[in-house]
Ligand binder design. Structure first.
Ligand SMILES: NC(=O)c1ccc[n+]([C@@H]2O[C@H](COP(=O)([O-])OP(=O)(O)OC[C@H]3O[C@@H](n4cnc5c(N)ncnc54)[C@H](O)[C@@H]3O)[C@@H](O)[C@H]2O)c1
Ligand SMILES: [Zn+2]
Ligand SMILES: [Zn+2]
Length: 475
């Protein structure tokens, strides 16, 4: 149990007192660490730090740090009495004590006996806990017990998650290729649930409402938000924050900032499984199709029949183009596309000469619109090559490497390129289309797991076992 006997001291600027504390802890055989102000200027970073230090699978997430604060973990009653006794003997009278909540928190009965301590610990010990998938550090996701989130800002809502999903971007976080992702956060950015509490500035919702949660947080008032470019919202929490920079939804509860913009009511007749992809991949497909300026006579090629590509195909179909052509190298995914009539033609580019086939289908012109949702090594090149002169190439995929735009080679082709991260602000339209039966992405759900089995789900998803497409987690 030695690992549980850990003490963190915040911002101790009184050297004399610090020395006496060091002596006390040394004698007690307790590990101690001082966290200096610059380590907690960025609060989440500091929390991650604590996490790494205590190694107990829990973390402290209380509000603001006081000047002199002691965070303790897993002290027994006797141990705590011993500590308090020693502190008194050393004339340390005013220390602000907080607990990291663990299953070993018997110590708080004892704390209450000591009048000079703040009462904050009582709240902490009563805080209910939940299961959550946490990005611990590069390469490591784990299921942890976390405190159930509370409202912080009046624009927040707390949502009880009823279904969450795993996204390819979660794997990017795990692999360390999302620089903005903060170790220690709860991951998950695609979820639906039920509102349990609302800040005073959130209007038009009530507790009990079933909602889809948007992947992007947006203020709705900045330059970009007013123009619908919510991905570039200039708010500090704007853009992709949930499950990346702040706690997300692969958990039993999630706090949603700017809830009025980030939540959309799910119509009664729409199930959680029908609505689950609204905030992320369906928004992406919807946005990708919308910016591609698809016309009725168009041949639209979608590179990549992964979940995002399939959503793009389904949303492209809303514009009723002449033909939608799905391209992938995975026969199983192409079969799914055929089986559910998602595209008119499905081409396996590993087995067939793609460029030649597209030219044949389009009388030698090339595709009017190409949506690149594969993100393969050569798929960007393929995308502009198969596009017709004056065509539109929309790049939805996120590449791990730089791509080359060989302008001399494409001179005279007069292409229009559209790129970027989704502006996910059409969830209302998407849910309406789902409720009218015009969008149905349930065929993408290949596997279902309980949240407590999330690690098994990740293993399957990451290793692409059992022809997995999308995995959902039920808290
Ligand atoms: N722009 C955005 O806001 C946004 C949002 C969500 C996802 N994305 C990106 O979209 C892409 C697709 O996401 P996904 O979740 O569907 O991923 P995925 O990996 O499941 O799907 C990619 C598909 O492309 C296929 N593919 C790979 N190489 C190919 C090649 N050379 N030719 C043809 N097909 C090939 C794969 O077999 C796979 O089916 C990813 O790059 C993802 O990061 C972007
Ligand atoms: Zn995602
Ligand atoms: Zn904004």
């Amino acid at each position: 149990m030695a690992g549980l006997e850990t003490v963190l001291l915040y911002n101790f600027n009184d050297d004399k007192k610090l020395r006496s504390l060091k002596m006390i802890f040394l004698r007690m055989g307790v590990r101690m660490r001082v966290i200096t102000p610059d380590m907690y200027l960025e609060p989440i970073g500091a929390l991650a730090h604590i996490k790494g230090f205590t190694q107990t699978g829990t973390r402290y997430e209380g509000p603001g740090f006081s000047d002199e604060m002691l965070v303790m973990n897993g002290f027994s009653n006797a141990r705590l009495d011993e500590l308090l006794h020693s502190l008194r003997k050393n004339h340390v009278e005013r220390i602000h004590l907080k607990a990291v909540v663990t299953a070993h928190n018997a110590s708080w009965n004892s704390l209450e006996l000591h009048g000079e301590l703040t009462k904050e610990h009582q709240m902490m010990t009563k805080a209910p806990m939940m299961d959550a998938v946490v990005y611990q550090k590069e390469g490591v996701f784990a299921l942890e017990k976390r405190r159930i989130p509370k409202l912080i800002d009046p624009t927040d809502a707390i949502v009880k998650v009823t279904l969450a999903s795993i996204c390819t971007s979660d794997l990017h976080i795990k692999h360390g290729s999302v620089p903005k992702a903060v170790p220690g956060i709860v991951v998950g950015h695609e979820m639906v649930g039920e509102i349990v509490s609302l800040g005073s500035d959130v209007h038009g919702f009530k507790p009990g409402d079933r909602v889809a949660v948007n992947v992007e947080t947006f203020c709705g008032t900045c330059f970009f938000c007013q123009r619908g470019f919510v991905n570039n919202c200039t708010d500090p929490n704007g853009g992709w924050a949930l499950g990346c920079r702040i706690d997300g939804g692969q958990a039993e509860y999630v706090r949603v900032p700017y809830a009025q913009n980030g939540l959309t009511k799910i119509p009664d007749q729409v199930t959680d499984e029908q609505a689950i992809f609204t905030g992320d991949i369906l928004s992406t497909g919807y946005w990708g199709a919308k910016i591609s300026e698809i016309k009725k006579e168009d041949v639209v090629v979608v590179l990549g029949a992964g979940p995002t590509g399939i959503c793009a195909m389904m949303c492209a179909a809303l514009y009723e183009p002449a033909q939608i052509i799905a391209v992938d190298i995975d026969a199983y995914r192409l079969d799914l596309v055929k089986e559910h009539h998602i595209a008119d033609i499905a081409i396996n580019s590993a087995k067939s000469p793609l460029e030649q086939m597209i030219m044949e289908i389009t009388d030698g012109r090339g595709a009017d619109v190409v949506i690149e949702a594969a993100g393969g090594k050569d798929t960007f090149t393929t995308a502009w090559k198969i596009a017709r002169p004056n065509g539109i190439v929309t790049v939805v995929a996120l590449y791990e490497e730089d791509q080359v735009l060989p302008l001399p080679q494409m001179y005279g082709k007069n292409l229009t390129f559209k790129t970027g991260g989704v502006d996910a602000c059409d969830c209302g339209d998407i849910l309406r289309l789902i409720s009218e039966g015009k969008l149905d992405t349930t065929c993408l759900i290949s596997h279902r797991f309980a949240l407590k089995d999330a690690m098994k789900a990740y293993e399957l998803f990451e290793n692409r076992e059992d022809h997995v497409i999308k995995v959902v987690l039920k808290p």
